[in-house]
Write a protein that binds this ligand. Structure first.
Ligand SMILES: CCCCCCCCCCCC(=O)SCCNC(=O)CCNC(=O)[C@H](O)C(C)(C)COP(=O)(O)OP(=O)(O)OC[C@H]1O[C@@H](n2cnc3c(N)ncnc32)[C@H](O)[C@@H]1OP(=O)(O)O
Length: 131
């Protein structure tokens, strides 16, 4: 399976006009990635509350970025999420991901989203290494 970065990723693509255009701080030694994003009002589910799929996509991506930042090209194989608190639209959240382990072609990672220092969602992710 080949993957191509054409700049149109919904989360990070500079050329996706409706995306979040997230920018990442990567720490390859710690195998860690971090971003801070403001959630647009139109990404709601229930009134005034960010859709869970948006939070999920951010946690998926941050774990992928932590892998890619440490030199591994990956796709997501499995994603387990716990939503701990609602995220109001318009709010700014910090999303952090890190690689926690490697098993042959699989990479384990975990991520969390924080609002004002409170963890609002957590994820455990299994990534599949390409190549
Ligand atoms: C920088 C700018 C970027 C810019 C762009 C950045 C974009 C980042 C986006 C974030 C990441 C995504 O969302 S990526 C998009 C979402 N994900 C996808 O589309 C992936 C869809 N799934 C697949 O394509 C496939 O299932 C693969 C490639 C993951 C694996 O398929 P496969 O090659 O056929 O391999 P398969 O036989 O299933 O698995 C191989 C072995 O691994 C095991 N295995 C596989 N997954 C698991 C698992 N979760 N837990 C346990 N074991 C597993 C299998 O049991 C098997 O073991 P054994 O039998 O050998 O013992």
């Amino acid at each position: 399976m080949d993957v191509i970065d054409d700049g149109r990723c919904f989360i990070c693509g500079k050329d996706n006009p409706i995306g979040l255009k997230a920018q990442f701080i990567i720490d390859p030694e710690q195998r860690r990635a971090e971003t801070t994003v403001q959630i647009p009002e139109h990404f709601q589910g229930w009134q005034g509350i960010t859709h869970g799929g948006i939070i999920s996509a951010l946690l998926d991506e941050i774990c992928a970025q932590a892998c890619m930042g440490s030199g591994m090209q990956v796709v997501t194989s499995e994603l387990k999420l716990r939503y701990r608190a609602p995220v109001p639209t318009g709010s700014t959240i910090r999303v952090v991901g890190e690689v926690t382990g490697k098993r042959r072609r699989l990479v384990d990672a975990k991520g969390r989203a924080e609002l004002d220092g409170q963890v609002v969602a957590e994820a455990e992710v299994v990534m599949f290494r390409l190549g």
